[in-house]
Design a protein around this ligand. Structure first.
Ligand SMILES: [Zn+2]
Length: 336
């Protein structure tokens, strides 16, 4: 975009927006033709606009340093790598900008080798599954013995014809439609435990179930749906702190009856799950998927040591931070 004579802006996201000034007319024309994130054969451009090759090379080097231009194809598809599927083109483009080494293809290749478990495949769980499939995760372990209810079509790829069908079968079909080649298993860890498991429950997370997953080496992301809100987090990694027991102990400090209530909430949730309003299921499912992807991509998720509460009618995530509880032994695991 041309800002004024001799000055061009490239990029709009504030992290990459760059103004280049001191340009002559030909240079300004050349840079103004660039589309954000474009992969540029700069020799051709320089020639077309009558810019000296040395000068063009210098300008493009500056723009590459500013990470405004997508990296060269060599970083996108190495000769010894499986090509990134075309359907991941947008993810590839954006992660090539976001990744510290500009190697979006390596990041997506790593996702394709990871396995995520999702327990609880109502609307919210179905959104988590389909979002992860669309983002390139290679394998999903789907766990939910129930059938699709009449109130569930319309979200996460669930349709009217899926009513009364097993949720595991329906979600496996949805993610395979989204991402042909994805591996799906149901309920069993026989072929290896997932790297991460998302537990979608009504009213409360079952502490025992979370504990067994952590002891099996999985990172656990709890998602709890309540009457008209949903809570995502905190994300807990094996031997990490604060853990879910810390959260339970903090609850018990505030309400001594909490341990008795949790058991009742879990059994109520199994008997009669909380409603999952479409807009909340979309939002919370996608947010939970973003947190899983952060962990798979080697980032620290926003939900490490924090939960986000999304309340209808206008669900905007409210952050709540959790600290290690002095009565929990998990703090001892963390190196000083
Ligand atoms: Zn703890």
């Amino acid at each position: 975009m041309t800002r004024r004579r001799g000055e061009v802006q490239i990029g709009t996201d504030p992290r990459w927006a760059v103004r280049v000034s001191g340009l002559d007319r030909a240079e300004a024309h050349m840079l103004a033709t660039l589309t954000d994130l474009e992969e540029v054969p700069f020799e051709g451009l320089a020639l077309r606009h009558g810019v000296e090759e040395v000068r063009a090379r210098e300008l493009f080097r500056l723009l590459e340093e500013a990470r405004v231009l997508a990296p060269a194809p060599v970083h996108r598809r190495g000769t010894d790598r499986t090509p990134v599927p075309a359907r991941l083109g947008d993810d590839l483009q954006v992660h090539s900008l976001l990744a510290r080494d500009a190697d979006g293809a390596a990041l997506l290749g790593a996702r394709a080798r990871r396995t995520v478990g999702i327990e609880g495949l109502g609307r919210t769980g179905a959104v988590v599954a389909s979002t992860l499939a669309a983002a390139g995760v290679g394998a999903l372990v789907l766990d939910d013995p129930r059938a699709v209810g009449v109130q569930e079509p319309g979200v996460g790829g669930i349709t009217e014809r899926d009513v009364d069908q097993p949720r595991e079968t329906v979600v496996a079909r949805v993610v395979t439609d989204v991402a042909p080649g994805i591996t799906t298993r149901t309920g069993t860890w026989a072929d290896g435990a997932p790297d991460v498991v998302v537990l979608v429950d009504s009213y409360a997370t079952d502490p025992e179930r979370a504990r067994t997953r952590l002891e099996s080496g999985m990172a656990v992301l709890p998602v709890v749906v309540r009457e008209a809100d949903a809570v995502v987090g905190p994300f807990v990694v094996p031997r990490g702190a604060p853990c879910l027991r810390c959260v339970g102990l903090h609850h018990a400090d505030a309400d001594p009856d909490w341990p008795v209530l949790v058991a009742q909430l879990c059994s109520r949730g199994r008997r009669s799950p909380a409603p999952q309003v479409s807009v909340l299921a979309h939002l919370v499912g996608a947010f939970a998927a973003s947190q899983v992807l952060a962990v798979l991509d080697g980032e620290v998720p926003a939900t490490a040591g924090a939960s986000y509460e999304f309340s209808l009618p206008q669900p905007i995530g409210r952050r709540r931070e959790w600290s290690e509880h002095p009565g929990c032994e998990c703090a001892d695991h963390v190196p000083a």
